[in-house]
Design a protein around this ligand. Structure first.
Ligand code: 1HN
Length: 354
């Protein structure tokens, strides 16, 4: 049978029949079948969109003047994809993005919720996030997890604004009717520097005597310092000049699995002048430029080309090829990538074309 043979339309049916069906909460499938199951490639409301930090920053600082933290809880400008309508506050079908501002001395109170979050620190020093009792200092480029169900609050002991990019799987969890939060008391900080327990790859803390350890935590690493990730990328690039893609994935070092359940996180280095083509894959991807200057070309559904400056963010829908070009020939570029790949892998939907 022809793949896209025309099917009967709603208008082909007597209005009375349609009305009788609808009155009983019944709908004929065939007029809508192609819309929900298009040939070859999914329909993607997600558009390729670029958010320049130069546009966001003044509006975010103004929000800092206009709205005290007590009136916001989290002072965030959401990076909303017009393809989903701005009201939906989503960057892709599963990804939420927001730029959050915390001013010196402010405190964003403790809560926990079902969606998973991460923070990618964009600007400023002296802020921290307390996650499940563990204090995670925030420096530019650090990735900090606040996985589903863990208490988290933010504070700021420094003297200049701190900004970070929030990435959550909120649109998916909300769609699943599973999104809610609980407010809590100010957390007690665990003693020590838990954020430093796993700082050497391949070395994992273990108890010496059975039953004597603190027990395995589902999320043993909550903070991935940028100095470590950047150094690892540079070693990889130097050591493997044959290798086209210099990429690290943020994982749980005790299981080797993705750092969180639903979204995946990666750090990519582009060598000076390098052009890298990422083939079309089913998940949508977010590209946030940590360092350098990069041109991103996204081929579908509409071809778009973005010049990314430091701290800029863009999203590419699934099933689109993305070509990243380091615009500098004298320095590497570093890109943080968030994607929907763990979700697609777990659902058996992960697919690559070409
Ligand atoms: C949230 O908990 C934070 O804790 C930031 O900083 C953004 C967006 C939607 C839902 C929860 C935070 C959020 C959020």
């Amino acid at each position: 049978m022809q793949d896209d043979a025309p099917l009967g339309r709603l208008e082909d049916l007597p209005a009375d029949d349609v009305q009788a069906m609808r009155a009983r909460n019944l709908v004929p499938l065939w007029p809508s079948l192609r819309a929900v199951l298009p040939p070859q490639v999914p329909t993607r409301p997600t558009q390729a969109v670029h958010w320049a930090y130069g546009d966001i920053r003044p509006l975010l600082m103004r929000a800092g003047d206009l709205t005290p933290i007590e009136k916001a809880e989290r002072r965030v400008l959401v990076l909303a994809n017009p393809g989903h309508t701005l009201e939906k506050m989503q960057a892709s079908s599963a990804i939420y993005l927001g730029m959050q501002l915390l001013l010196p001395g402010e405190w964003a109170p403790s809560h926990r919720h079902t969606p998973n979050a991460v923070r990618m620190v964009v600007e400023g020093e002296g802020a921290w996030t307390l996650v499940d009792g563990e204090k995670c200092p925030m420096s530019r480029g650090d990735l900090i997890l606040t996985p589903t169900g863990l208490w988290h609050e933010h504070g700021h002991d420094g003297d200049a604004p701190v900004v970070w990019l929030d990435v959550l799987d909120l649109p998916l969890v909300h769609y699943l009717e599973a999104s809610y939060h609980l407010n809590g008391e100010r957390q007690k900080q665990r003693p020590g520097r838990g954020d430093r327990a796993h700082t050497r790859a391949g070395l994992v803390p273990t108890p010496v005597f059975g039953g004597d350890g603190p027990g395995r935590r589902r999320y043993p690493v909550l903070r991935y310092p940028w100095v470590e990730a950047r150094a690892a990328l540079q070693s990889l690039a130097e050591d493997r000049p044959d290798r086209e893609a210099v990429q690290l994935t943020y994982v749980n070092p005790e299981t080797g699995e993705d750092a969180e359940n639903i979204l995946g996180f990666h750090a990519l280095m582009l060598r000076p002048g390098q052009t890298l083509r990422l083939p079309p894959r089913s998940p949508a991807s977010v590209f946030h430029l940590i360092e350098g200057a990069v041109e991103a070309a996204i081929d579908a559904p509409q071809p778009r080309r973005f010049a990314l400056a430091e701290a800029d963010t863009c999203v590419a829908p699934g099933f689109s090829a993305v070509t990243l070009r380091n615009a500098r020939t004298d320095a590497p570029a570093f890109v943080f990538i968030a994607d929907e790949s763990p979700l697609h892998r777990k659902l058996g939907l992960l697919e690559q074309r070409d």
